[in-house]
Design a protein around this ligand. Structure first.
Ligand code: ATP
Ligand code: MG
Length: 231
């Protein structure tokens, strides 16, 4: 693995980068799914800060409303400089989310800023809320449009798209399954499941990849970010 693979964006978490063959593919969508507290948001922020440190822009759609606080904890003294490279949008419902993703894709494609990463965390928070109501089909369609836009933008511009997905418990199979229907899970070229182990320990499981074998990597949550062990 080299840090500078042209077609990979290192996450900065060494065990995960080894698992991914260097990092995120730069021309496709990577999906992270896992239960609450498994580290999805922290991994997004870790990659995002790395991109900002390199002077490229991060377009971050944040449905949880927490990324700015977490960024503060993880960025250290560099926070003000790094935040200038972030465009964070905080949609409050499905419609605002669709608009935010469309805007992020358009800004990436217009090429006025050197965008290094698109993040949608979480892609399925509002989708999940809609599942018990009448607007489930609308939500599924909106999500499909967003993901298709991300796929096309990433491929055209060579900018990785990272989205997080929540889970539902399949009681009979005893598994945690990603939300978002088959469209989302077919469209993401790389799918990583994050598992909680004991304490601060977490595991990343490579569920799907175009060119890597299935496998797993461990990492730890620390006060300043994620630690994937020595290189
Ligand atoms: P959700 O589905 O709820 O959004 P998530 O997968 O995004 O969850 P994260 O928010 O990335 O999960 O990770 C949260 C985990 O990290 C929790 O277990 C929390 O206790 C831990 N955590 C967060 N900040 C720190 C910190 N500064 N020091 C230690 N642990 C932390
Ligand atoms: Mg989260």
């Amino acid at each position: 693995m080299t840090d500078g693979d042209a077609d990979r964006l290192p996450t900065g978490v060494r065990s995960i980068d080894r698992l991914l063959g260097g990092g995120l593919e730069t021309d496709s969508v990577t999906e992270l799914y896992g239960e609450g507290g498994s580290g999805k948001t922290l991994l997004c922020l870790e990659v995002a800060l790395r991109v900002a440190r390199e002077g490229r822009w991060v377009l971050y759609v944040d449905t949880e409303g927490v990324s700015a606080d977490r960024l503060r904890a993880m960025a250290g003294d560099d926070l003000d400089r790094l935040l200038k490279r972030f465009l964070i949008s905080t949609p409050k419902d499905l419609v605002e989310q669709s608009r935010a993703v469309a805007t992020a894709c358009a800004l990436t494609r217009d090429g006025k800023r050197p965008v290094g990463l698109l993040v949608i965390d979480s892609a399925t928070f509002y989708y999940r809320l809609s599942l018990s109501g009448d607007d489930e089909d609308d939500a599924r369609e909106a999500l499909a449009i967003e993901v298709a836009d991300l796929v096309a933008t990433s491929l055209a511009m060579g900018v990785p798209a990272l989205l997080t997905n929540q889970v539902w418990r399949n009681v009979s199979a005893g598994t945690l399954e990603p939300l978002g229907g088959s469209f989302l899970n077919h469209t993401a070229k790389t799918i990583v499941r994050l598992d909680r182990l004991s304490g601060a320990r977490r595991r990343a499981v490579l569920v799907k990849h175009r060119s890597r074998p299935e496998g797993a990597a461990e990492f730890r949550i620390t006060p300043t970010g994620l630690d994937g062990g020595p290189g």
